[in-house]
Design a protein around this ligand. Structure first.
Ligand SMILES: NC(=O)c1ccc[n+]([C@@H]2O[C@H](COP(=O)([O-])OP(=O)(O)OC[C@H]3O[C@@H](n4cnc5c(N)ncnc54)[C@H](OP(=O)(O)O)[C@@H]3O)[C@@H](O)[C@H]2O)c1
Length: 320
């Protein structure tokens, strides 16, 4: 496993990191297997784990807390997220900052997360949604400074709305934000346009999320794939979106180099961009952990393949 600096923090994070949304909230998760997978990843050098209160109302924080406490010598980093008080995803300029992240709400959820995780300080606290119309809010500025000076968090970050990578740049320019979490993968290349140059300029840590397009780039979906009604993926892979995804996957399979799998190509595409500090892959079984952790040593893709993959960019727009 190779490690990269997380922006201006002093964290050296593994190139391949772990997202625990699936194991905490998706159908088909098995807690015993999830714990086994987390433990295996730490043994293979993974040291960054991304959770959120909203992942099973503290279930994800319990998983990562147990892991960190069991590996006290390994210096594992745990990230979590404060849910919006109005419980609206995605963020929007139609909501006032005071409806979403008032100080009282943020401090309450910091306490709840710490209670579940079982340690006194969160390595990286993120807001689970963000809208840049809030960037100049005094309460926002004062609160981050206080969270750090009270020793409750070591670093602060924003998780940006799906398919709106520019909606956060104003906040980055306040100097208060250490990291940004953004969707970046073979399909979603838009962060390269405006966000990444700013991250480079300001030395902001970049956490690439949804590296396998929620499973679209896993190579496992077929025209017959369905999800339980209460599983978020039932909407994301509605028949229309599933069809569009599979057409694109077919074109990617046609350019796969010999002996390379689609998930490997997808993760190495992200790895090839030096502005990315780490990518958080959703994993729930040990076989995926082994395959994905090995990608760090395989390194970046060839320049020829990267330039071919540019053509597979897929700009999607959020529906209201
Ligand atoms: N708003 C936000 O802040 C936000 C939103 C979304 C995600 N996130 C974070 O980003 C993390 C990653 O995103 P994600 O989990 O939604 O999606 P993802 O990582 O793009 O994809 C996860 C899917 O890929 C499959 N997979 C993983 N490794 C594989 C391999 N080697 N071969 C084949 N399939 C493989 C998983 O299989 P199984 O189904 O078998 O496990 C799962 O279905 C989340 O866990 C969360 O921490 C944050």
């Amino acid at each position: 496993m190779k490690y990269r600096k997380l922006g201006g923090t002093d964290f050296a994070v593994s190139e391949i990191a772990y997202g625990v949304w699936g194991m905490s909230s998706w159908s088909g998760s098995d807690d015993r297997q999830s714990r086994e997978s987390l433990k295996l990843s730490a043994g293979l050098g993974c040291n960054f784990f991304d959770s959120a209160w909203a992942y099973g109302e503290g279930k994800g924080d319990t998983f990562v807390g147990e892991l960190k406490r069991a590996h006290q010598d390994s210096n594992l980093y745990v990230a979590s997220k404060i849910p919006p008080m109005n419980r609206k995803w995605p963020a929007s300029s139609r909501y006032q900052y005071a409806q979403v992240f008032p100080a009282q709400h943020v401090f309450k959820y910091v306490d709840l997360i710490l209670g579940k995780a079982g340690f006194p300080c969160i390595d990286l606290l993120q807001f689970h949604v963000w809208d840049d119309s809030w960037a100049d809010e005094k309460e926002f500025h004062q609160m981050i400074i206080k969270l750090k000076s009270d020793g409750l968090i070591r670093a602060f970050g924003l998780s940006l709305n799906r398919w709106e990578p520019e909606n956060g740049i104003r906040a980055l320019r306040t100097g208060l934000v250490d990291t940004v979490q953004v969707i970046y993968n073979i399909f979603d290349q838009a962060p390269e346009d405006e966000l990444f140059p700013v991250c480079r300029e300001l030395n902001i840590g970049v956490i690439a999320r949804v590296p396998l397009d929620e499973g679209g780039l896993s190579g496992k979906l077929t025209p017959e794939t369905t999800f339980a009604k209460d599983d978020w993926r039932a909407g994301y892979f509605s028949p229309e979106n599933l069809r569009a995804t599979l057409e694109r996957v077919e074109r990617l399979n046609a350019i796969l180099p010999d002996k390379m799998t689609l998930p490997e190509m997808a993760l190495r595409f992200i790895l090839s961009n030096p502005v990315v500090s780490t990518m958080i892959v959703g994993m729930r079984n040990p076989a995926h952990v082994r395959q994905n952790m090995a990608v760090s040593n395989a390194g970046p893709l060839s320049a020829d393949l990267l330039s071919e993959l540019k053509k597979h960019r897929w700009d999607r727009k959020p529906k209201p």
